[in-house]
Design a protein around this ligand. Structure first.
Ligand SMILES: Nc1nc2c(ncn2[C@@H]2O[C@H](COP(=O)(O)OP(=O)(O)OP(=O)(O)O)[C@@H](O)[C@H]2O)c(=O)[nH]1
Ligand SMILES: [Mg+2]
Length: 353
């Protein structure tokens, strides 16, 4: 077929056409990307809400309110003889203020939105043979990594996404930390450390059957400042390793052989990423990084406009900042967009779609 002049669809072409035809707006088009990439049911539910237009609806309401205020102010600029009455000015100010409050509310969803879309990276670290790969397999629910009684089994980092209480958690199994035996292990340990630097959560695994070593103590101290959970593995065997109360880090006892303690560990992981309940209404609007950037600019401009209005500055000045705010909010749904912006969004698609 291709030889007859047909061609393959470009990435995002169908969705882009739907956007250009006005059938969906930009936030909805982005929801299609989120749908494709969503890795948990929860992430999928959030993407569906956005595709249904829940976010767009609120953004349009916000924008409409600001456009009304702008029209009002511009009318006064056009007829400078008519002074703006104090009560009208108060009304305008409180309308703009509602916009500020609303933007702040939306901005608070950015963090959760980021977690659901991108997931968080959790590094599994510890001395060789403590059961890091066993833990990865247990949390994934399948045998992904090789487990063996030989210390130094895992030599390269292994990344897999697990669905933990609805949250996508990118688990990274790492080579056991120790004085390396050979060049491959040196490189493996270097990668373990590089993983650690980018991880948002650390699962620091210990072997419950062995007394604490100097290495344990040094790793305990080394990662003290990180968001971490101390996992005491192999509690099916006798002998209990004493772990010092490590500040705020929870200590969870597990056995990767019997499965004991794993549900508690999952709760603890969820809790360390997302405190509190995951409520259905939270899924309705979860802004992404682009929305966050646009909203931050809009908020700043709106606050300046409000300040100018309250300080009795000229209405031209008030209108100027308000126009910036309207335009920035419009970027979210694609009311105001540039070709560069569209390219960067639609290039995130797979071919077609
Ligand atoms: N009894 C018992 N054995 C376990 C448990 N978890 C892991 N093991 C055993 O401990 C050994 C090491 O497990 P791995 O998961 O390969 O350990 P690792 O930390 O990934 O080791 P390296 O990759 O060498 O750093 C294997 O023989 C596992 O079967 C557990 O909870 N209980
Ligand atoms: Mg391993």
């Amino acid at each position: 077929m291709l030889e007859n002049g047909a061609r393959l669809a470009l990435p995002g072409e169908f969705t882009k056409r739907a956007f250009l035809n006005g059938r969906i707006d930009l936030a909805q088009a982005e929801a299609v990307i989120d749908l494709i990439h969503s890795r948990t049911e929860l992430a999928l539910a959030a993407a569906n809400e956005q595709l249904a237009g829940k976010l767009s609806h609120r953004i349009n309401q916000l924008r409409d309110e600001m456009v009304k205020s702008l029209a009002h102010i511009e009318a006064h600029i056009d007829f400078p003889d008519e002074d703006i009455a104090p009560e009208t000015k108060d009304q305008l100010a409180s309308r703009l203020d509602r916009g500020v409050v609303f933007m702040l509310e939306l901005l608070r969803t950015a963090n959760e939105g980021q977690i659901l879309r991108r997931g968080i990276r959790a590094a599994i670290i510890g001395r060789p043979n403590v059961g890091k790969s066993s833990l990865l397999n247990q949390l994934l629910g399948r045998d992904r990594a090789i487990v063996s009684p030989i210390a130094g089994t895992t030599r390269d980092t292994i990344e897999e996404t697990a669905d933990i209480r609805g949250l996508p958690v990118v688990l990274v199994d790492t080579a056991g930390l120790r004085e390396a035996g050979d060049d491959i292990e040196i490189e493996g340990i270097r990668r373990s450390r590089a993983t650690l630097a980018t991880a948002e959560l650390i699962l620091q695994v210990f072997d419950a059957t062995e007394p604490q070593t100097a290495a344990d103590r040094s790793y305990l101290a080394e990662f003290a400042g990180k968001n971490r959970i101390l996992v005491r593995n192999k509690v099916d065997l006798p002998g209990r390793l004493e772990l010092p109360a490590a500040g705020t880090a929870p200590v969870i006892d597990v056995s990767c052989v019997t499965g004991e303690g794993l549900e508690r560990l999952k709760d603890s992981i969820k809790e360390s990423i997302w405190s509190g309940e995951i409520k259905a209404e939270m899924l309705e609007v979860m802004i992404n990084a682009r929305h966050q950037d646009a909203l931050k600019r809009a908020l700043k401009a709106l606050q300046q406009s409000l300040q100018a209005l309250r300080a009795g500055e000229t209405l031209e000045l008030v209108a100027m900042d308000l126009r910036i705010a309207v335009s920035a909010v419009g970027e979210i749904v694609g009311q105001t967009s540039t070709e560069d912006l569209l390219d960067s969004i639609f290039s995130q698609f797979c071919i077609g779609k």
